[in-house]
Design a protein around this ligand. Structure first.
Ligand SMILES: NC(=O)C1=CN([C@@H]2O[C@H](COP(=O)(O)OP(=O)(O)OC[C@H]3O[C@@H](n4cnc5c(N)ncnc54)[C@H](OP(=O)(O)O)[C@@H]3O)[C@@H](O)[C@H]2O)[C@@H](O)CC1
Ligand SMILES: Nc1ncnc2c1ncn2[C@@H]1O[C@H](COP(=O)(O)OP(=O)(O)O)[C@@H](O)[C@H]1O
Ligand SMILES: [K+]
Length: 498
């Protein structure tokens, strides 16, 4: 279990530790020691400069400063009067160990690393208007390498909202468990690589990361006596004159993720443009005057044969609402993506059982009646609201994608790469998800495993091809990504330090 905490859950973890007999100063001592060990490991030489705030985030800094002062030059610059429990004693001990107390920004210039211990979970408001503002501006213009304690100062714990500058961040060492602000936007960008320090707090929460061991255990095995029908039959419903390629990407992804048989159902006028891949079976069915899929008996018959459907890749903005109403009556699990989500938003009552939705922030905005900026301002809340509104499993895409399912359970993906932000990469994900549904995984597990596997394919693709990777190249990395899952490799965006 690798939990992700809200502010309330972080406070609850403290209280549980304290009420089980751990004195609060012991937690501060442990956090400060872990911070000192981490700084020593990451930046082994040179002067260390701490910027400390009034609360316990500053306390972590003072404790770490005392440990490091035995080995190397250490300066602490308090940006506000210390008020954390036991401050007088901890500060006296740090000074006795040789910590120098500085006062001005000039002293930053000699630092091999600056430690941001100004604000953590107790922060609220605008950081640029707080006493930390001028220091963040100095760090931005000086380009000093920075390690953040718990959270970058100014990042809101539950959402990731942040109005400070981008710094030269080496890492964020966070105490006990990752906070939602570190996987929210733009907090995730400000945090850089996240490292979790074990300080002996209890490790549970409502949300968790998708775990490498969990992913390995849920990968479908290929039965030795299987045949193509027993491996799962996926039908992709989509395509339009402007977007004939999207269903092909989804279909190929479904095959490569282990479906035994994949059929594409597209408007008849685009049939010639999708019938290019020999492994895919394609059907042209009746279309509207502008070349979008139309409701027809043949479409319903083809859809009803599937073990899982993908509805939406390349469907286009003019497909009729009646299409979703007809498909909702077919008792087959389905992935709704792209214009499939728009159709759902127009006809919410049409929602079929075992359907999953895979919106990016813009499509989530369509579902919830808000802008994508508002979705991204509190991604956790958006997923909870969408699950509540639909009663179904929902994925909010993007870095640190979130899978939400009934009961408010949330899973966050830590695999992935910015090269996935390329046209068609969502179609690949929808096909992969359908293949896992067709192989018998329940919706939340199919989605979590698909997003984790897809992220690994992106990571390996980035390593092999750099930034020029496209969505069709992504298909080439399913196999090495599956191998990474089988080896329980750890994504690098979040690591655990003990
Ligand atoms: N909990 C644990 O188990 C452990 C916690 N640990 C560490 O403690 C951190 C949490 O400590 P914390 O609660 O003291 O909060 P922290 O962020 O240091 O600062 C709060 C202070 O900042 C002030 N302030 C806020 N916003 C402001 C603004 N805009 N402008 C000006 N001032 C502002 C605020 O003022 P107030 O709101 O009270 O007026 C208050 O004085 C946590 O992140 C982790 O690093 C570890 O030691 C180990 C165990
Ligand atoms: N910066 C990023 N880091 C990690 N994954 C990303 C990033 N940007 C996009 N992705 C992933 O790439 C995919 C993009 O899907 P989507 O936005 O639907 O693209 P399209 O509609 O063009 O296929 C999603 O799985 C998303 O999570
Ligand atoms: K901090």
């Amino acid at each position: 279990m690798r939990p992700i905490w809200t502010l309330e859950e972080a406070r609850q973890a403290d209280q549980e530790a304290v009420s089980s007999g751990v004195p609060y100063p012991a937690l501060l001592a442990q956090a400060g020691l872990q911070l000192a060990r981490f700084i020593q490991a990451r930046v082994p030489e040179g002067a260390v400069m701490f910027l400390t705030g009034p609360g316990s985030n500053g306390g972590d800094g003072w404790v770490a400063a005392r440990h490091l002062a035995r080995r190397r030059p250490v300066t602490v610059i308090p940006i506000a009067e210390p008020r954390f429990p036991g401050a007088g004693d901890w500060i006296a001990a740090a000074k006795a160990a040789g910590v120098v107390v500085g006062q001005n920004p000039v002293s930053l210039n000699g630092a091999a690393v600056v430690v941001d211990a100004m604000y953590g979970t107790g922060f609220h408001g605008s950081v640029m208007e707080s006493p930390a503002g001028p220091w963040l501006a100095a760090l931005e213009s000086g380009g000093h390498p920075v390690i953040h304690v718990d959270l970058p100062s100014g990042v809101e714990t539950n959402t990731g909202q942040y109005d400070g500058p981008e710094l030269n961040t080496l890492a964020t060492l966070t105490m006990g468990a990752v906070k939602w602000g570190l996987v929210g936007y733009p907090g995730a960008e400000a945090a850089g690589p996240i490292v979790v320090a074990d300080i002996g707090l209890p490790g549970h929460g409502q949300a968790s990361f998708i775990d490498p061991e969990w992913a390995k255990r849920h990968l479908p095995r290929v039965p030795r006596l299987g045949h193509k029908y027993s491996r799962g039959h996926v039908v992709v419903i989509g395509g339009s004159r402007a977007m004939p390629g999207a269903p092909v990407l989804a279909g190929m992804a479904a095959l490569k993720a282990g479906a035994g048989l994949v059929e594409l159902v597209v408007p008849e006028s685009v049939l010639g443009r999708v019938a290019v891949v020999p492994s895919l079976i394609v059907h042209g069915v009746p279309e509207t005057a502008d070349g979008s899929l139309q409701v027809s008996d043949v479409l319903s018959r083809l859809a009803a044969r599937a073990d899982a459907l993908v509805i939406g890749p390349g469907l286009g903005p003019t497909a009729p609402t009646a299409l979703i109403e007809v498909l909702a009556k077919i008792p087959v699990p389905a992935v709704l993506d792209a214009d499939g989500i728009r159709l759902y938003a127009q006809a919410p009552k049409a929602f079929g059982a075992n359907w999953v939705l895979t919106p990016h922030a813009g499509e989530m905005g369509v579902l919830l009646g808000m802008t994508s900026a508002r979705v991204n301002a509190d991604r956790r809340r958006a997923v909870l609201d969408a699950v509540h509104a639909t009663g179904r499993t929902v994925l909010l895409k993007g870095m640190f994608s979130i899978v939400g399912s009934e009961g408010g359970r949330l899973m966050v993906n830590s695999s992935g790469s910015p090269v996935l932000a390329t046209a068609g990469s969502g179609d690949v994900l929808s096909g992969m998800t359908a293949a896992l549904l067709a192989q018998g995984l329940p919706p939340d597990q199919a989605l979590a495993l698909a997003v984790y596997w897809h992220g690994w394919a992106g990571q390996i693709g980035e390593r092999e091809q750099g930034l020029s990777m496209t969505a069709d190249n992504l298909l080439d990395y399913f196999s090495p990504a599956r191998h990474a899952l089988e080896q329980e490799e750890e994504p690098t965006s979040v690591t655990y330090w003990d």
